[in-house]
Design a binder for this molecule. Structure first.
Ligand code: DGJ
Length: 750
């Protein structure tokens, strides 16, 4: 049981083995946040008694901020679970509702609660969600009622002992007989009693998709958000709140990640007495919702983990629950594909013969999935046309022949698609101009990459486009789909929504995207889905719910790629990051393979033009994939050096039984001889490991405390993948003897 309610003191305790979260219902029915952090089996009486407030009493001297002249209650000094808006608390508020009187004062007070075993399934309708099973979680649902209007707020807390995490979301229900405007809707508020935190956020742009940004918190309002509608690169919806003392491996870190691909916002505010407030939810810059009588609206879910083992501890908790309870667990994830994608090798310039040669060469290199990227459908020979016309361009490619050929070699075929878009020059646009997301009477809509977005707030559009998808995927035996999204939303006031609902467009668009994804994955569960947005522009848990992998970035040379993958690794499991070996300038095929190995692993170049040596490398890495990729897929991740604060990018992943470990290392700037040791993390200290760097055998404690010796001059972008493999004591002894006798024939051990 991860939730208790102590009736006498009116205290909820949500807990896992490592984490506690205490909420108190005070005498005015405010929900007060008492504590969150390392597990505490009880909360001291003082914390809820009036005496605790004495230290704030000075604030109330003039009794200006008090309730009913109550010396012991202060709006300023309270940590709320749901702060009011328009009352004595002038910090940022999580919910703002406005009635027909145009007054937005909002004051939600405790009404009732419910504790249930398992997740609250009724909410699992429209948004992606954490797929908790019955035994994974206990759910606390707290219902609050607004002081002035008959409007209810439900707060959902799913606490999982098994995954050591908490999931939060909320819902507003209008039971009054007036129309309510929801002007701000959040999935959570978290009030902490002190300051001393900084934020780790991921920001990006095309080609430099993910960068770590450390943002100090001060007394101004800090907002990490996105307003591109259905995600841009700008900010990622995963952030960490890091205590100033924390390091990679020690100290307090909260990981916060939302299961949403649309406009989100996280607000951070350190107030005048140095308490910290965090609010996460829809970005109120692009969100307003009309809630008519009896209507309700829910938020997306936000996942929280708490670690007192630094950033690495946070990453590990995140990775585990994402792998096991967010990413699809159907058989489409299990396939052992090594793919080759046509994009960087051919762009739009391919035909049946070229793809057949690619298949033949791929077969020789032990690649088993060939993906035909953009360019296979009607007249699509550049990025200016045809989105929406999802019919095979038979003049360019005989898709049946290509598939039959691949199948005869026991290989599979994948296809690219961008279903949320429409080209102004497409037949679809000629037939249905009203399908484009352009407000009526607004000419000259913004074209990005020559295309417009479909109005996915309109069910008719979703159905029409889905029918076209069915025509393709029913007819052709396709095993993989790359679902792209190459522009963001502008002028997004849907032509199909009534005037009073225009401002709901971005929110409803996202629901439309999820609807389309639900339909697709329900009908084709055997198709491996990889999502993408001009590279890694929509990398979030909303997408990972549908697609077990997301293309990491269009940047594939190792210099930027290493930092992009490093940044993504902080929140997302390595196996979710689409990573390919390409022909870009920086790094050899081998260098790129070392790095791509720490993602989904595949290729994106014209292998028919490679020399024999490169093809040998490809075959070598493909065999390594078979032997060791399971470590990347399931293992525990540890960051060693951050490329954002050092000259190196380095990390290691350890298998769950700790018998195998893969290490990645790259340096950026040239360095001359330098004493340089790479301390590996997470091994069994007393076991012996063979390492593929020096072909030596040392104890785990040696690798972890002394480290792998990399003290040599290094050219820029020197990079390597090392394997550490446990060997038993006898082999270790034998190894030592052999080494003494003949200098060692050690490399057979791996
Ligand atoms: C953007 C993607 O990131 C690329 O990999 C490629 O699929 C192109 N779109 C195709 O238009």
């Amino acid at each position: 049981m991860g939730v208790t309610f102590e009736k006498k003191r009116k205290i909820f305790h949500l807990f896992t083995k490592n984490f506690s979260y205490y909420i108190h219902v005070n005498k005015y029915n405010y929900l007060i946040h008492l504590y969150s952090g390392k597990y505490l089996n009880d909360i001291s009486k003082e914390r809820v008694s009036e005496r605790y407030m004495e230290r704030y009493a000075f604030l109330n001297d003039e009794k200006k901020e008090t309730m009913d002249e109550d010396y012991y209650f202060s709006f300023i000094a309270s940590q709320f679970e749901v702060a009011p808006f328009g009352k004595g608390d002038k910090r940022n508020a999580p919910f703002i509702i406005e009635g027909e009187d145009n007054i937005p004062i909002t004051n939600f007070l405790f009404d009732s609660y419910e504790i249930i075993k398992g997740p609250y399934k009724k909410e699992r309708i429209r948004f992606p969600y954490v797929r908790f099973q019955e035994n994974d979680v206990t759910t606390l649902i707290i219902t609050l009622k607004d002081e002035y209007k008959k409007v209810y707020l439900k707060l959902f807390y799913e606490i999982s002992e098994k995954f050591d995490c908490l999931v939060r979301y909320s819902k507003i229900i209008n039971k009054s007989n007036e129309n309510i405007k929801v002007k701000k809707l959040s999935s959570f508020e978290l009030d902490l009693p002190s300051s001393g935190y900084k934020i780790l956020a991921l920001k990006g742009t095309w080609g430099n998709d993910t960068e770590v940004e450390i943002i100090p918190l001060n007394h101004s309002l800090t907002k990490i958000s996105d307003n591109h509608g259905a995600r841009g690169f700008y900010y990622n919806p995963a952030i960490a709140l890091i205590s100033n003392e924390a390091t990679l491996d020690n100290g307090e870190v909260y990981g916060i990640s939302s299961l949403y691909s649309g406009d989100f916002s996280y607000e951070f505010k350190v107030d005048e007495i140095d308490q910290t407030r965090i609010i996460g939810g829809f970005n109120d810059e692009t969100f307003e919702y009309l809630l008519k009588e009896k209507e309700e609206i829910s938020t997306f879910q936000t996942l929280f983990v708490y670690s007192n083992k630094g950033i690495n501890g946070m990453s590990q908790l995140m990775h585990e629950v994402i792998r096991k309870r967010i990413m699809p667990q159907t058989k489409n994830v299990q396939k052992d594909y090594i793919l080759i994608n046509s994009w960087e090798g051919y762009y739009f310039d391919f035909d049946t013969d070229k793809i057949i040669s690619l298949i033949d060469e791929a077969k020789k290199c032990d690649i088993n999935l060939v993906v035909i990227d953009d360019g296979w459908f009607k007249n699509r020979n550049s990025d200016t046309t045809s989105l929406g016309d999802w019919e095979v361009d038979n003049l360019k490619i005989d898709l049946k022949k290509v598939i039959d050929h691949a199948k005869s070699l026991k290989m599979d075929i994948g296809l690219w698609i961008e279903p949320e878009m429409i080209s102004p020059s497409s037949y679809l646009f000629k037939e249905h101009p009203e399908f484009a997301l352009i407000p009526e009477n607004y000419k000259h809509p913004t074209l990005l990459r020559h295309q417009l977005v479909l109005d996915l707030t309109n069910n008719e559009v979703i159905t029409n486009i889905f029918r076209k998808m069915i025509d393709i995927f029913d007819e052709y035996d396709i095993s993989y789909v790359k679902w792209d999204f190459n522009r963001y939303l502008t002028e997004s006031y849907s032509p199909s929504l009534p005037v009073e609902r225009k401002k709901e467009t971005n929110y409803r668009f996202m629901l439309g995207v999820y609807d389309l994804l639900y339909r697709f994955t329900n009908i084709y569960p055997h198709i491996l889905l990889e999502t993408c947005a001009s590279g890694g522009g929509r990398f979030d848990l909303g997408m990972l719910f549908f697609s077990p992998q997301i293309w990491g970035s269009d940047e594939t040379d190792i210099a930027l790629r290493a930092s992009i993958q490093y940044a993504k690794n902080i929140f997302y499991p390595l196996r979710s990051i689409g990573a390919h070996v390409s022909n870009r300038k920086i790094g050899s095929i081998q260098d790129k393979a070392c790095l791509a190995f720490f993602g989904t692993f595949g290729y994106e170049l014209d292998i028919t033009k490679l020399n024999e040596e490169d093809k040998k490398q490809i075959k070598f890495f493909n065999s390594l994939y078979k032997d060791f990729h399971h470590v990347v897929e399931e293992g525990k991740y540890y960051s060693i050096f951050s490329p954002f604060s050092s000259n190196y990018a380095a990390w290691n992943v350890v298998s769950n039984n700790k018998k195998e470990c893969l290490v990645y290392f790259m340096n950026y700037k040239k360095e001359q001889t330098k004493s340089r040791f790479l301390k590996i993390k997470g091994l069994s200290p007393n076991k012996f490991y063979f390492n593929s760097l020096t072909n030596d055998i040392y104890k785990g404690s040696f690798y972890m405390n002394v480290g792998l010796n990399l003290s040599c001059p290094m050219d820029p972008y020197f990079s390597a993948l090392f394997v550490l493999k446990e060997v038993d004591d006898i082999r270790a002894k034998l190894y030592r003897k052999t080494k003494q006798v003949d200098g060692g024939k050690r490399d057979k051990l791996i």
